[in-house]
Design a protein around this ligand. Structure first.
Ligand code: GDP
Ligand code: ZN
Length: 309
């Protein structure tokens, strides 16, 4: 699209994607490869991953396909990236994931229309093989699983190839599982870019706490979201859990009688009948019931507390 100028020339509009945000300016990577700052209003609501159309000084945000949110320590919700299509849930044998973490993360990703995948890091550690085979037996039927070591570089290529298929993703995982090491192994520019961004607005280190979007050398894109840790994902509801629980996929093409079925004791429940047939493992179902109880207890606690959530 072009608009005519008074003196007869036209100003071309350019498409790009926001790769960093500095409060009063965003950094845009244009389709022609140029990377330039564009001024925006302070509370514009733009985030990395937003597709934009820039016309002179004017920046227009295009509609989003997905939004990734996180919760901070005080419960505040922040949008950390737009238009991601995959979310890597990173776990290790040491430290082991907190109970329920993997299932909640998978459900939260699915609710946000992101395809979750699992990364078991630190495969060089003793006992890691056993850990991987347990994880694989539980989740292998539900989602892609990568087992790798950022420390030794072992088995990183399958994950590189996965991103190279055109995926834009981020990682979530408890502190200490190896997310930073993995980001650096996949994308050596991340450290350098953080330094460059700080130079850009001359405000020192504050900008390191915001998300940045990186093009991976082998293809694909990664959003680096500092502080996006173990409980960084937004809470899930009991209803979301029952709709997206990993392991219940065999029930997805068979309907429960009730649309809002919680798969507990309802008549005509597809999940319960598949558990009875052995097509959904008993242990998966038991884990589901425990999580459901936790989440429902939290939900009724909020209601009693008079909150608005
Ligand atoms: P983060 O908190 O999730 O970002 O984790 P880090 O990347 O900071 O790593 C936490 C610790 O695990 C550090 O001491 C790393 O050196 C170590 N670590 C990370 N990746 C690996 C790995 O592949 N193998 C081993 N053995 N240690 C690792
Ligand atoms: Zn059901």
């Amino acid at each position: 699209m072009t608009i005519p100028f008074a003196h007869g020339t036209s100003l071309p509009s350019r498409n790009g994607v926001i790769v960093a945000h500095h409060g009063v300016a965003v950094e845009v990577l244009f389709v022609d490869g140029a990377r330039e700052p564009v001024r925006v209003k302070r509370r514009s609501g733009h985030v990395v991953g937003d597709d934009v159309n820039v016309l002179g000084e004017m920046l227009e945000r295009l509609p989003r396909r997905t939004e990734l949110r996180r919760r901070d320590a005080t419960g505040g919700i922040h949008l950390v990236g737009a238009n991601l299509d995959v979310l890597g849930v990173v776990i290790s044998s040491s430290p082991a994931p907190p109970p329920g973490f993997v299932d909640r993360a998978i459900v939260a990703a699915r609710v946000a229309c992101l395809r979750p995948f699992l990364v078991v890091s630190k495969c060089d550690l003793e006992g890691a093989e056993e850990f991987v085979s347990v994880v694989d037996s539980v989740y292998g039927g539900s989602l892609l699983l990568f087992s790798l070591s950022a420390a030794t570089g072992e088995r990183l290529d399958p994950l590189r190839e996965f991103f190279a298929d055109g995926h834009r993703g981020a990682f979530v995982g408890a502190s200490g599982v190896g997310k930073s090491s993995l980001l650096n192994a996949l994308c050596p520019e991340i450290d350098l870019r953080v330094g460059a961004l700080n130079d850009y607005n001359g405000k020192g280190c504050h900008t390191t706490t915001v998300s940045t979007l990186h093009q991976l050398p082998a293809g694909g894109e990664l959003v680096d979201t500092p502080g996006f840790q173990d409980f960084g994902l937004v809470e899930i509801s009991a209803r979301e859990l029952s709709e997206h629980f990993p392991g219940f996929e065999p029930a997805s093409d068979q309907r429960c009688r009730f649309r809002d079925c919680r798969h507990r004791s309802e008549p005509g429940c597809a999940v319960i009948s598949l558990v009875a047939q052995g097509r959904i493992p008993e242990e998966r179902y038991a884990t589901y019931r425990e999580l459901l109880r936790d989440i429902e207890a939290g939900e009724s606690g909020h209601r009693r507390g008079g909150g608005n959530g």
